[in-house]
Design a protein around this ligand. Structure first.
Ligand SMILES: Cc1cc2nc3c(=O)[nH]c(=O)nc-3n(C[C@H](O)[C@H](O)[C@H](O)COP(=O)(O)O)c2cc1C
Length: 165
């Protein structure tokens, strides 16, 4: 049976578009994430789902904290920038204005809002892993509406890499 009807139905779920940043010992990275949700009021906790093959997964597994930078609706270019892979060797945060959150994670100064999280749990979930963060600090940094997948920007499954001939 085709999985396309399931994929089509799943694609109707709306999500925010954010940049998750991680930093450790002067080494930093960020990636665009939309599989993101609040999961507890008290204490405030959120979860993100990260592909097990992403460069950033090792960072998240070995770092005790991360920050979620919610983007403004006019920041599609920034979302596309952080959706690029890290294996090119270029630093995705290079040249951008960042502040350091109390946990040490970089925060994008131009973001709509940020959530500074301490990693409290992780869980394998199919081809992704869930990371649960307790939100220790956060603030709204700008006016305006959040960037969401309603704009047409969406998380697509990466195409399998072609075998080299
Ligand atoms: C709109 C959008 C949403 C995305 N959401 C996720 C997500 O929730 N989880 C994920 O693992 N990758 C997501 N991605 C893909 C990653 O941002 C992308 O694969 C990135 O290159 C990974 O960065 P890294 O190589 O630095 O780890 C999304 C991409 C886009 C364009």
């Amino acid at each position: 049976m085709s999985e396309q009807p399931i994929l089509d139905a799943l694609a109707r779920i709306p999500y925010p578009v954010a940049v998750v940043t991680v930093g450790r010992g002067g080494v930093e990275n960020g990636l665009t994430v939309s599989w993101l949700s609040q999961v507890s009021f008290s204490p405030p906790q959120i979860m993100i789902a990260i592909d097990n093959h992403h460069f950033s997964i090792d960072f998240l597994r070995s770092t005790a904290n991360f920050a979620v930078n919610l983007l403004r609706e006019d920041q599609r270019d920034l979302a596309a920038h952080f959706a690029g892979p890290s294996d090119t060797g270029r630093g995705k945060l290079e040249g951008l204005q960042v502040d350091e959150a109390p946990s040490g994670a970089p925060v994008l100064r131009s973001a709509l809002a940020f959530l500074d999280c301490e990693l409290v749990a992780s869980h394998p979930c199919g081809d992704h892993s869930l990371f649960i963060g307790e939100v220790l600090h956060g603030a709204v940094l700008a006016d305006g509406a959040p960037l969401t997948t309603a704009t047409g920007m969406r998380y697509h499954r990466a195409r399998p890499k072609k075998a080299s001939s």
